[in-house]
Design a protein around this ligand. Structure first.
Ligand SMILES: Cc1ncc(COP(=O)(O)O)c(C=O)c1O
Length: 405
């Protein structure tokens, strides 16, 4: 019996690769200075680490534009607010989906209520996939942006970005993609897919720490500064510089956060080279790593969802194991509130799961699970093992047996 069975990687990955903890600690001790503000050697070296991290992330996400357009923020929520409030003006039309997280739903609701932006919320099918034809029909002359949640943090369904990118690419609208649940698991080629703004958070599949996220902004897309302040450059200018990244990065950036992402990027490349030693470039090595990580996680989710589906009284939501998906799934036990199951899994079986609405209320409205206080989410990760999966299946079976006649 382990102390904890961590099945909450959709909330944040745990553990991180050892090299991430080590580099964050050592770099912050040796270079915990204010980068870009002073000309001394430590500040220059810290800035070099940041520049390298922007470069690695650009390659990781298939972005051939200026790495200065890889902007650091606090998290995906911060990035999404920046992207939306910095581009949409009164009279604009915004398209989102009913699978979005509150980091999209709430900014969209505020824009609709406070800035006279019209919002369309695309429906999804039982598995969680949107219909590309509904998207095509929804786009009009005033559509300024389409926001797509690449991977649902409730159902695990992964949207078809190829098709979506093609549809949006034929119009003047910009495509903003929330990669929170897919970055670090599925290779995303921003150039090829025609993504205009890619939003990421550092602490999930990217294996960085909390408090760091970002956005990649394609050339030609200009986002208004969300806040104004020090940048360490152009200090005499009374207004925020127009150039990236300073346009969107006011104030001191997080050296520990960026150092964590830096080490994690190197870890991805190492994992990839262990799979395929011919991959000498960062992008290729990371793609090899993602193919491996995706296979490992798919094994877990197939075993988990098949195991739970076989239990009487258990309902599993979302796609089948083999459909386009990530390793996040939710379930309920007939007639039992989800939070009660979550609390028992924690107290009696040492399982860290997440019960509730998962910050995605429209998914639960559509599923009819609001009255059951949502559903119980299980999200294995790369470091999950077979013992974790077996323990969860046995525990849910025992729990269901207590409730279901
Ligand atoms: C799909 C999705 N989008 C956005 C977010 C928000 O991420 P953060 O809280 O790091 O800003 C999450 C986190 O749960 C998520 O799963």
């Amino acid at each position: 019996m382990k102390d904890n069975y961590y099945l909450d990687n959709a909330a944040t990955t745990l553990p991180k690769p050892e090299s991430v903890y080590q580099f964050m600690d050592s770099f912050y001790r040796s270079h915990g200075v204010n980068p870009g503000r002073a000309g001394h050697v430590l500040a220059v070296e810290a800035e070099t680490m940041i520049v390298e991290t922007r470069r690695m992330l650009a390659q990781f996400f298939g972005f051939s534009g200026d790495p200065n357009r890889v902007v650091f923020t606090q998290n995906a929520t911060d990035s999404m607010n920046t992207a939306l409030s910095g581009t949409l003006v009164p009279g604009d039309h915004l398209i989102i989906t009913r699978t979005e997280h509150n980091s999209v739903l709430r900014p969209a609701n505020h824009l609709e209520r406070d800035r006279d932006v019209r919002v369309t919320r695309l429906s999804r099918d039982e598995q969680g996939y949107i219909d590309p034809n509904e998207l095509r029909d929804a786009i009009g002359p005033k559509t300024r942006a389409v926001v797509i949640n690449h991977g649902s943090n409730v159902l695990g369904a992964v949207q078809d970005l190829e098709e979506i990118g093609r549809i949006v690419g034929e119009t003047d609208a910009m495509l903003i993609v929330d990669t929170c649940q897919t970055a670090g698991v599925i290779a995303i080629d921003m150039d090829r897919l025609g993504i205009d703004v890619l939003v990421f958070t550092g602490h999930k599949g990217l294996f960085g720490p909390m408090g760091i996220g970002g956005l990649l902004v394609r050339e030609g897309i200009e986002i208004a500064s969300p806040r104004f302040g020090g940048t360490g450059v152009d200090s005499i200018t009374p207004f925020q510089p127009d150039t990236y990244p300073h346009r969107l990065e006011a104030g001191t950036v997080s050296i520990p956060g960026i150092a964590g992402l830096h080490a994690a990027q190197k870890w991805f490349a190492e994992v990839g080279r262990a799979q395929d030693p011919t991959q000498t470039e960062h992008a290729g090595a990371c793609c090899a790593a993602l193919a491996h990580i995706e296979t490992v996680e798919r094994g877990h989710i197939v075993a988990l969802s098949e195991g739970l589906k076989a239990i009487d009284g258990v309902k599993v939501y979302g796609p089948n194991g083999n459909q386009r998906r990530v390793a996040t799934m939710t379930f309920n036990i007939d007639g039992v509130p989800a939070d009660q199951i979550g609390a028992m899994l924690d107290a009696d079986y040492a399982i860290c799961a997440r019960a509730g609405l998962h910050c995605a209320p429209l998914v639960h409205e559509d599923e009819g699970t609001v009255a059951q206080n949502g559903s119980v989410r299980l999200s294995p990760g790369y470091f999950t093992d077979e013992e974790d999966i077996a323990h969860v299946i046995e525990s849910v079976e025992e729990l269901a047996g207590m409730y279901v006649e």
